[in-house]
Design a protein around this ligand. Structure first.
Ligand SMILES: [Zn+2]
Length: 258
């Protein structure tokens, strides 16, 4: 039954991951933010991936909390923001899972699955050091799902493409901004912002770096002020009525030389 639940909930599979470390800020406003305790679960402790993970990551909770603070800093202005989801419980499951990683749960409880098979194969191909960077990358994306805000009035993840574009675009935007896609080839060329994931995420990062350093925070916050939420409405909420999504996308493609 648990397998079925995981499969039903595992709707956001990360396509590839890697993430470089962000320099520690001297005064991290999130240092005292109360993060949920992490419950590490390993239903298949004898699998090579689970053993590898635990041999490489000495303190999973500290590691996950460190990444959580990076994600929160990219999604919110400060720990005093009004709408930061209050999580009381975070599960981290080293699981036999046909995928890479996924987030599940709701309310004050969220969980993240990490695939034992993927850990094993990635380690075999790239080694322990690269595996840690990979794990940071997947956490950037999946922890965004744990802490991001959800759009209103447009259905849910399963029923609405627009909902998914918002959720996955922001998650990959956080990952891009935290250094999680360091290679030139990581950025997909052309396409459309409704293509979601990296297409949308790299666009968001460009908007942060070229239009408004708080763009992603405002985009995330737009979900609480627009009902029904629209992509262009969120662009206008973040940048002003003079902007629209299609023109900005065209400007982004031109700037990238696509
Ligand atoms: Zn996702």
């Amino acid at each position: 039954m648990k397998r079925l639940v995981y499969l039903l909930l595992s709707i956001c599979i990360v396509s590839s991951w890697s993430c470089t470390s962000k320099p520690q800020q001297e005064a991290d406003p999130w240092a005292s933010f109360q993060l949920p305790p992490v419950e590490l679960k390993q239903p298949y402790p004898d699998e090579a991936g689970a053993k590898l993970y635990l041999s490489i990551v000495e303190d999973p909770e500290a590691f996950i909390h460190e990444q959580s603070r990076r994600v929160l800093d990219l999604l919110y202005f400060s720990p005093n923001d009004e709408f930061i989801p209050k999580l009381n419980h975070l599960e981290y499951v080293l699981d036999n899972y046909d995928g890479i990683s996924a987030c599940y749960g709701g309310g004050d409880m969220k969980g993240i699955i990490l695939s034992n098979q993927y850990v094993e194969s990635y380690h075999k191909e790239h080694g322990a050091e690269a595996l840690i960077e990979e794990n940071k990358g997947v956490l950037c994306h999946e922890l965004t799902h744990a802490f991001q805000l959800e759009p209103k009035g447009i259905g849910d993840y399963g029923s609405s493409e627009l909902f998914r574009v918002c959720i996955e675009g922001v998650a990959d935007g956080v990952r891009v901004l935290s250094g999680g896609f360091p290679k030139e080839s990581d950025r997909p060329k052309g396409g459309h912002y409704m293509n979601s994931y990296r297409y949308t995420g790299f666009f968001f990062a460009w908007l942060v770096n070229n239009k408004d350093k708080d763009f992603l925070r405002k985009f995330n916050l737009s979900t609480q002020h627009l009902d029904p939420w629209t992509f262009d409405g969120a662009i206008k909420y973040a940048l002003g009525d003079a902007y629209n999504a299609d023109d900005l996308w065209a400007e982004y493609l031109q700037a990238m030389g696509d």
